[in-house]
Design a protein around this ligand. Structure first.
Ligand code: MIG
Length: 803
């Protein structure tokens, strides 16, 4: 069945036949749901979730399955402004406020247009299916026509260049140690893509957890198709018209996280493994001694007693609670790994308790699913069972509540099994799937997500009102509600640095903004230069963690000699300075659904030049990053979106809409700031909360025009922000050649520790003579070369600099 495609398939010696819906025999309409019956025993349900999100379900044999999804957020609210229908001789049309959905009477083919009548997306063969004699059910298939110059993005963690046109992909979460560029499938399962053509964008989310495939014109040049080896054809069409709109709507549909604890946005240090306790302390102390900021240190599998989850190796770690609290005093949070496999061992209480509570997955005929992982033979909790998730939650009481662990790292949750060819469970393993019993064929791609969801609930249950921090390797759509992610077992090569850039951008636009890579590479040893270039981009990835397999030497920021240490420190310090900016980007991601990392196609999709551009990306609203991913670089060509951009290092400006050479000695990576931006900076801290911040620096990048920047702040921990204890400030800067006006507006009730801003103006076209406004505290002497500084009260309303 592996080779199933849209043409006939050879299955067990017989040719598989494709079936299609017949002509429409009946259409009914209740609230926002249309039910269409076709002459070939096909029922189609079209649900309008909003003016821009339309759900399509196709039932073969006129059967629609019980409706259930792990991806869709319970909190998603339907919001329809306008809904109308019309009928002509050959089609029905559903009109929303922004799109028209045409349904052909003869074969139920769908076309979707915008209000200018332009085609956004149309069925080719549309829905069709094949019987699945091996497993029962159907192979459900959909095909669409590719539009002129159409580009395809998204799909989770695929390690390929940004535009996926011309390629085929599979979703089947896999443990792919040392994966390569272009290898597929990888760890994550996110059956969602975005497409753009002629300044029109849309997305398709195929919410089906079976093994699924996407073909973007590889099999047939002008056809996109997607299919799954079971379940329903159940997809969401998400309208743009901008790629940003599509990504945001997808995030709203599949859910947003809570605010992360601010420390989780600091730098994290990890290795397989730091042990014994003295080694952990050596690393934490060295980081402090060398003033390399760091907020989290990780314990990999060796902290456990024989790899038994929820135990400690008391020889290596005689006093876990004491160690965690000493690390806390140094400003470190401790994060531990938890794998899904529970060791088969009669003397192990978690195992015994699991048997007693009947939590473990079973094979089709009843025996437990047994597989080898690190501890040896293991059984595996069925995380798709709500009772089992509750049981799992309880296991965190000691680790989180007593020992004081602040975050949990879920690995091996594809699920990975050693010493078997499939590297995972056999297909016949049974799962509850929240009351929709099924085999592993259906549950495989959601297993990791459900494990991490249960772990998140476990951490939250015992964290005493602290915000949980989770990191996972495998996932399904919607994972962003619970966890951050990393991209798995990469390699210390330049190619992998390029891959890291691609994967983080791709995951960010696929809903999972909180993403990072193993900095420096998990396998093998990076050269000092590679480690340096890697950390330079990684401080702009929402998750910033060095990790390595320990198969080679050390991989701490100080392991590569003094020159490297100094550059690496400088970049980690930069991350800490920009924390309020990243934190604000996180808030915007939650509020608006906007990805934190944005490929340039998300900035200006009308600009043909950026649609095929891979390297550059925006980090939040105002920072443009162009990483160096080649050895011996002295610089690179950077493509700039339209507008004016400031070089972060020297304040020089560039006009966008073109490529320009930018120098980048090893001490620098090209970083550019959008003109008009107001960038908040904290002082450098060795960890979040080290200092009481007495003044916030706002760097204002002059622009002749208007731009608004935001700053979100709260406690950085806990849940008071949900009760309004946060502040959202907007700074609008408006410049002309003789004057700059900055206006601030404030909402919310959080009281920051600082009472003044240092306003640093860059790029002023005039020398400042006059400073007016509410709250000016004091001018400084800095007033030359377009650079001017002034201290103002934190509650200022308006500030005017002029000649
Ligand atoms: O089979 O826990 O991707 O980050 O260090 C290897 C040991 C298991 C794979 C993870 C990696 C982790 C390692 N794990």
């Amino acid at each position: 069945m592996e080779e199933s495609n849209l043409i006939s398939t050879e299955t067990m010696g017989s040719v598989q036949q494709e079936f299609y819906p017949g002509s429409i025999t009946n259409i009914t309409f209740e609230k926002e749901t249309f039910l269409i019956e076709c002459s070939n025993q096909v029922t189609i349900q079209i649900t309008i979730l909003s003016d821009d999100i339309i759900r399509f379900r196709y039932g073969v044999d006129n059967v629609l399955e019980r409706d259930f999804s792990y991806a869709i957020d319970d909190k998603f609210e339907k919001n329809i402004i306008n809904l109308d229908t019309s009928e002509s001789d050959d089609q029905y049309t559903i009109h929303t406020a922004t799109i028209d959905i045409e349904i052909k009477k003869s074969n139920a083919a769908i076309s979707i247009r915008n209000k200018d009548g332009e085609l956004i997306n149309e069925d080719e063969k549309g829905f069709h299916w094949e019987d699945n004699p091996t497993y029962g059910g159907h192979i459900v298939e959909m095909s669409k026509n590719i539009q002129d110059a159409e580009c395809f993005y998204g799909l989770g963690d695929k390690a390929v260049k940004s535009n996926m046109r011309g390629r085929r992909f599979k979703n089947w979460g896999s443990d792919v140690y040392g994966f390569q560029k272009d290898q597929d499938p990888l760890y994550k399962n996110i059956p969602f893509y975005l497409a753009t053509h002629q300044d029109i964008s849309y997305g398709i989310f195929f919410d089906n957890s079976f093994e699924s495939f996407f073909d973007f014109g590889q099999e047939r040049r002008l056809t996109t198709s997607f299919w799954a080896h079971g379940g329903e054809m159940n997809y969401y069409f998400i309208n743009g018209p901008q790629l940003m709109d599509v990504a945001a709507r997808y995030v709203k549909l599949t859910g947003t996280p809570e605010m992360p604890p601010m420390w989780a946005l600091g730098y994290h240090q990890c290795k397989w493994s730091y042990y014994p306790e003295s080694k952990v302390k050596e690393v934490s102390s060295k980081l402090r001694e060398l003033s390399i900021p760091c907020d989290a240190i990780y314990l990999d599998i060796d902290y456990m007693d024989g790899f038994r989850c929820f135990t400690w190796d008391l020889e290596k770690f005689p006093d876990p609670k004491g160690m965690v609290s000493e690390l806390k005093d140094q400003g470190f949070k401790t994060v531990v790994i938890i794998d899904p496999g529970i060791k088969v061992d009669k003397d192990y209480d978690v195992f015994q308790d699991g048997i007693k509570n009947d939590v473990f997955c079973r094979r089709a005929d009843g025996p437990y699913m047994k597989g080898k992982v690190w501890p040896g033979d293991c059984y595996f909790p069925d995380f798709t069972n709500p009772k089992v998730r509750d049981w799992w939650v309880g296991l965190f009481e000691e680790l989180i509540g007593e020992t004081g662990i602040a975050g949990v790292w879920n690995d091996m949750n594809e699920p990975a099994v050693m010493e078997v060819e499939s590297k995972t469970f056999p297909n016949d393993v049974r799962h509850d799937y929240d009351g929709n019993p099924c085999s592993h064929r259906k549950a495989h791609n959601v297993y990791g997500m459900q494990m991490t969801r249960a772990t998140y609930d476990g951490v939250k249950a015992f964290a005493k009102n602290k915000r949980p921090f989770l990191i996972t390797r495998s996932c399904y759509s919607g994972i962003q509600r619970f966890s951050s992610g990393w991209t798995g077992d990469n390699i210390a090569t330049w190619e992998h640095l390029w891959v890291a850039n691609m994967m983080c951008q791709r995951l960010s636009i696929s809903g999972l903004s909180f993403i990072g890579t193993d900095i420096g590479g998990f396998i093998d040893q990076p050269t000092p230069e590679l480690y340096t270039r890697w950390i330079q981009i990684a401080v702009f990835h929402p998750l910033c963690r060095t990790h390595s397999s320990g198969d080679h030497g050390d991989q701490e920021p100080y392991s590569f000699g003094e020159r490297t240490t100094n550059i690496v420190r400088k970049f980690i310090e930069l991350r800490y300075k920009l924390l309020p900016y990243l934190y604000t980007s996180f808030y915007q991601y939650i509020r608006d659904g906007y990805p934190i990392l944005r490929p340039l196609s998300f900035v200006d999709q009308a600009d043909q030049n950026v649609l095929y551009r891979d390297d550059e990306f925006m980090h939040g609203d105002n920072i443009l990053i162009s990483p160096i991913t080649e050895a011996n670089s002295k610089g690179r060509y950077v493509y700039f979106p339209k507008g004016k951009w400031y070089n972060y290092w020297n304040g020089s400006t560039v006009n966008g809409g073109d490529e320009h050479w930018v120098d980048a000695p090893l001490e620098e990576m090209p970083i550019f700031i959008k003109a008009g931006a107001v960038l908040p900076h904290y002082p450098v801290q060795q960890y979040v909360g080290e200092k009481v911040i007495v003044q916030l620096t706002l760097v204002v990048y002059y622009n002749d025009g208007q731009l608004t920047s935001e700053l979100y702040e709260d406690e950085g921990e806990g849940y008071d922000y949900e009760k309004g204890i946060y502040t959202l400030k907007t700074f609008s800067q408006e410049g002309s050649d003789s004057e700059v006006v900055i206006k601030q507006s404030i909402s919310g009730h959080f009281k920051a520790s600082y009472s003044s801003y240092k306003m640093v103006f860059i790029g002023l076209p005039f020398e400042v003579k006059d400073v007016k406004g509410t709250g000016v505290i004091q001018r400084t002497d800095v007033n030359e070369n377009g650079h001017f500084e002034v201290d103002v009260d934190v509650n200022f309303g308006e500030l005017v600099l002029s000649i």
